[in-house]
Design a protein around this ligand. Sequence first.
Ligand code: SAM
Ligand code: SF4
Length: 366
Amino acid sequence: MPSGAVATRSTPVVVSVRPHRAEGRERVTADASRAMPKSGPLVDRYGRVHRDLRISITDRCNLRCVYCMPDEGMTFLAHDQLLSFNEIERIARVAHTLGVRSVRLTGGEPLVRRGVTDLVARLVAVGFTDVALTTNATRLAPMASSLKAAGLTRVNVSCDSLHPERFASIRRRGDLATVLEAMRVAESVGLAPLKLNVVLLRGDNDGEILDFARHARETGRIVRFIEFMPLDAQGQWDRGRLVPGREVFERINEVWPLEPVADPARLAPAERFAFADGRGEIGLISSVTEPFCGTCDRLRLTADGSIRNCLFSDDEYSLRDRLRDGASDDDVADVLRRAVWAKFPGHAINEPGFLRPRRSMSMIGG
Ligand code: SAM
Ligand code: SF4
């Protein structure tokens, strides 16, 4: 089957396989497959138990952030290629029976898809302890109250600059004032503490590290500095544009001393630090320079219905066509188990031979 083709019942589940890994990495052998547990939680070959499902509900977006998409020329999935909310709920329900306890809606921009509030309510009814959302917040303000009422537990807002012109040059569409107002509204309806995601780009917004730290101190928002990852659709990532988390730590710590926040399990990707004077917290998501793969408990469902066990792996396990072909809950569970079991120990970005994944962040779901 050609790479990227869609699996049907008679074809293998893995729809996209290529030697994207550094040499020496092994795929699951028949022997290893036989060792896969058929019951209990979703565990991989390295003992990582998976409890977190990221659900992309659309690959579309109303912005064009420079580190994510080109200004023009993105092509998007047709509506019938997207999972319906019934299909998403079904997969989430099966994942819940296998021990998944938190879900996060993402995209693309999740709030451009109609009916998100209803989907949140349906996922809450499944029994997840945490139903969260990552958004660019351009449409959040008028929806915040109904999302909260539907049971949304947390919201992460992406905002890469506190200066209107720089915000516009990085995000290309939308405006800072709308996003700041949306954060205020979200907090006023109880979606707090809010996390604010900042992707740092050398030469663009790296001069704002202290401004964002001050923002965290003054607002109680948890500002998380994210390293630029090789997941932009244009393929223009380069290490020179990345600002290492260590540098962010040093620059802030010099002005406002930081203390690590005890987080023994470290399931969240962010390394957490509190200001020593007790005024707030920041996070560092150093996915490239200090990968957290060893404790990764995440699984992703793409908007077109494939399970991915890692942002940086091209292997996808198609569920959409299986569901539409009449797959049972046991079939879905089996695909989830196999996807987790096949997960590599790490993403290998820093190893020779690494190839960037074919699908970019907005297509996978960030
Ligand atoms: N549209 C929503 C938003 O921007 O928050 C949700 C989807 S977006 C893909 C999820 C997160 O991925 C955002 O915080 C965004 O800044 C981040 N992101 C996108 N492309 C990235 C890249 N190449 N490297 C690091 N983070 C990236
Ligand atoms: Fe859209 Fe989010 Fe990508 Fe920006 S990061 S282009 S808001 S999907």
